[in-house]
Design a protein around this ligand. Structure first.
Ligand SMILES: CC(C)(COP(=O)(O)OP(=O)(O)OC[C@H]1O[C@@H](n2cnc3c(N)ncnc32)[C@H](O)[C@@H]1OP(=O)(O)O)[C@@H](O)C(=O)NCCC(=O)NCCS
Length: 180
């Protein structure tokens, strides 16, 4: 059992590595190329979020969150030096003893198993944390591509919560998937 997850995690065809400020430029490039793909589902996916400086700020925040143990955010690449394929995170925002896995993938790399592989790796890393008994993945019911991921990884659908949609394609029916 560990207190923090590893800073780098190998996945098939790639590596997840802890986000650093220097990643801002490559994350901004991935966001810019993927805006039309992300906008329906990710409330933060705006022109402003595709700016390098905005992503540098987010990366600095990610460094800070990691130090505080609030969230562990990773960039996925095909190799340590490559361009960014997506970002994945373990977020402590779902109550004590629990952690939430979040993800998005660059449009050019969608449908190749990267989100499944990254979410599987973070599920394993999250489960290995000493104070984590439960993992959650939250998906809007209309986002069938995303909901397929926790189902494929063996999470069970615990409940559906009604909330105002946060992104344009959302139904407002939030599925809470649980593992552990
Ligand atoms: C939803 C999203 C994360 C899915 O990412 P992805 O990398 O395309 O997902 P995966 O490739 O792992 O999904 C598996 C699909 O790829 C196929 N696939 C191809 N190669 C695969 C492999 N080696 N392993 C597993 N699946 C593979 C699977 O068959 C599956 O297709 P199916 O649904 O037709 O069965 C991505 O589309 C995205 O970023 N969307 C916008 C943002 C978003 O919705 N984020 C999540 C918010 S909750």
């Amino acid at each position: 059992m560990s207190v923090v997850p590893p800073e780098a995690i190998e996945v098939p065809d790639g590596v997840l590595s802890r986000v650093r400020e220097a990643d801002g430029e490559r994350i901004a490039l991935a966001v810019r190329a993927s805006l039309d793909h992300l906008r329906p589902w990710m409330p933060w996916a705006t022109e402003a979020a595709a700016q390098v400086e905005a992503q540098r700020v987010r990366c600095r925040e990610a460094e800070d969150l990691w130090e505080r143990g609030s969230a562990y955010i990773y960039a996925l690449r095909q190799s340590h030096e490559g361009s960014v394929i997506g970002t994945f995170g373990l977020h402590r925002r779902v109550g004590p003893g629990a952690i939430e896995v979040g993800y998005w993938v660059h449009v050019d790399f969608a449908g190749r198993g990267y989100a499944t592989a990254g979410a599987a790796a973070l599920t394993q890393a999250g489960s290995a944390l000493a104070d984590v008994e439960r993992l959650e993945i939250h998906t809007d019911e209309a986002n069938v591509m995303s909901a397929a991921i926790p189902r494929r990884l063996g999470y069970r659908l615990d409940r559906v919560e009604i909330r105002p949609p946060e992104a344009p394609a959302e139904s407002g029916r939030l599925q809470i998937w649980i593992s552990g």
